[in-house]
Design a protein around this ligand. Structure first.
Ligand code: DC
Length: 218
């Protein structure tokens, strides 16, 4: 492809955004940026530093001063790899709270724009096509039934011990509600996004569809 596109991939948790975004980035030789990991990194650091998750000004200040790198599958906070520590059930819940804070979102959106501005990037999250890059070259919104998303999350090998499926489903539903109803940048498909329902599709089928859309836009 001749153009260095900005490809935005949004959708709820457990939909397979990470796997798809990584594969699309690898196929195109693009950079993969996981913005959910940035919210997780802020939550992780807040818990480490004893910043209360209800203290919005302190959380915003923390997000603005942290050096976060969430590209190519690695997540570094001030140069230190935080990897698996940010993908626990405790961090799922903490990140969802932190993501409601306007000051945190402002700091991370600014970072995401800096990282993606030059293009050649596949950025995944909840508000990439609506807020971070409303003029992205390609906008994809992935969805799947709540049951299928919970099933995928239970089988996610990168998340340590197997967990009780019912508990995973109810925690995921609570986070979805929080993501969809928050005041700032709620999860929603951009009006001009390509909607892909992945419930009955394999990862490869989803990747192929996204690549076809990207190649048509280049
Ligand atoms: O995709 P994830 O589960 O790693 O995201 C962690 C939390 O951050 C989740 O509650 C949604 C939120 N998030 C967000 O609000 N905006 C983004 N661009 C990415 C994630």
């Amino acid at each position: 492809m001749e153009k260095f596109l900005i490809i935005a991939i949004d959708g709820p948790s457990g939909v397979g955004k990470g796997t798809v975004a990584r594969a699309v980035a690898a196929a195109l030789g693009y950079r993969h940026v996981d913005t959910g990991a940035m919210y997780r990194a802020v939550a992780w650091r807040a818990l480490k530093d004893g910043v209360a998750l209800g203290d919005e000004p302190a959380l915003g200040a923390l997000a603005a001063r942290l050096d976060i790198d969430a590209s190519e599958g690695s997540v570094k906070v001030n140069g230190v790899e935080v990897g698996g520590e940010i993908r626990t059930p405790e961090m799922d819940a903490a990140a969802s709270r932190v993501a409601r804070v306007a000051g945190v979102r402002a700091a991370l959106v600014a970072l995401q724009r800096r990282v993606g501005a030059a293009g050649g990037v596949v950025m995944e999250g909840r508000d990439i096509g609506t807020v971070v890059f409303p003029a992205a070259d390609v906008k994809i919104y992935l969805d799947a039934s709540a049951e299928e998303r919970a099933r995928r999350r239970v089988h996610d090998a990168g998340r340590g011990e197997p967990r009780d499926p019912e508990r995973v489903a109810s925690e995921m539903a609570a986070r979805d509600r929080s993501d969809r109803t928050r005041d700032v940048a709620p999860l929603a498909a951009a009006a001009d996004a390509h909607l892909i329902d992945t419930t009955a599709l394999s990862i490869q089928q989803v990747v192929d569809r996204v690549l076809a859309i990207a190649r048509a836009a280049a």
